[in-house]
Design a protein around this ligand. Structure first.
Ligand code: SIN
Length: 271
């Protein structure tokens, strides 16, 4: 078991920190996992360099954090809970092309995600992360009050059917998932309120006229994408990002064609 001190270097005051001194391929004792979870709650996304994770080790690390979530588009065969993330010269689509929370169209979206990239372009391919507590808290009190009781419908149709072209026969449950979530949920661990709508999966805000819903979502998406809520992670081979999906959104840049960027992502629930 690895039980040791590690250091934490914030990337920005708003979001993100680099963790140094941990080997994620080795079993971590409960105290180390608890301290890592506390840092995660504080910084929302943690980054690790120079890790050596095969699929089994990534799965084992994610399992220490929670229960694995099965992606609606299916998993890597033989590795439930893992999704391959890979873009090369022949790719027509890529994961994370618009701001999103992973799989918010699921009735129970995964609480966390861990992405390990072992192949990255010479430059480009950064991932941007945004703090949804800060986005909520920066809204005016009257707008926060209006949003507080609302619910939004999320759908996988635009992403899984229209963008990736995944047929129903290949979907986890034979359907494109849909679910309703509060627009302003309270994070179960921090107790803080946050904005939970995203331009990839949110279809409409319930009880509003369609034009009202569209206009309000457009306003929120512009607000959420403000740089003051963000950090930007520059990948190197064998880096790891671990984000709290409940209070962040992210966006991956595809600015490196025809180079290749690839690795694996695990998603998990926290019970
Ligand atoms: C994703 O999980 O949306 C992919 C993020 C990335 O490839 O940086």
């Amino acid at each position: 078991m690895t039980s040791k001190s590690f250091s934490i270097e914030p990337l920005t005051p708003a979001i993100g920190a680099e963790v140094r001194g941990l080997d994620l391929a080795r079993p971590l004792d409960p105290d180390t996992v608890a301290r890592l979870r506390a840092a995660w709650t504080q910084h929302l996304v943690l980054f690790f360099r120079d890790q050596d994770l095969d699929m089994a080790a990534l799965s084992a690390f994610a399992t220490r954090l929670g229960r694995l979530h099965i992606h609606p588009q299916g998993d890597v065969p033989g590795h439930p809970g893992l999704l391959q993330v890979r873009t090369d010269a022949n790719s027509k689509t890529y994961a994370g092309h618009r701001w999103h929370t992973d799989v918010s169209c699921d009735a129970e979206p995964p609480a966390g995600s861990v992405l390990y990239l072992d192949e990255v372009p010479a430059s480009g391919g950064d991932t941007l992360f945004a703090n949804m507590y800060a986005a909520y808290e920066a809204l005016s009190p009257p707008l926060r009050g209006f949003l507080d009781g609302l619910k939004a419908r999320h759908s996988g149709v635009r992403s899984y059917r229209d963008y990736f072209g995944t047929p129903l026969t290949k979907m986890r449950d034979g359907v494109y998932p849909e679910a309703t979530h509060p627009v302003v949920p309270t994070h179960p661990e921090s107790g803080r309120k946050l904005l939970f709508v995203n331009e990839t999966f949110t279809h409409h805000i319930e009880d509003l006229e369609p034009a009202e819903s569209r206009a309000l979502l457009e306003l929120l998406y512009r607000h959420i994408a403000e740089p003051r809520f963000q950090c930007r992670f520059r990948w190197r081979p064998n880096s790891v990002a671990m984000w709290d999906n409940r209070c962040t959104q992210h966006l991956a840049m595809w600015d490196y064609h025809p180079q290749t960027r690839g690795g694996y992502r695990a998603t998990f629930y926290v019970d």
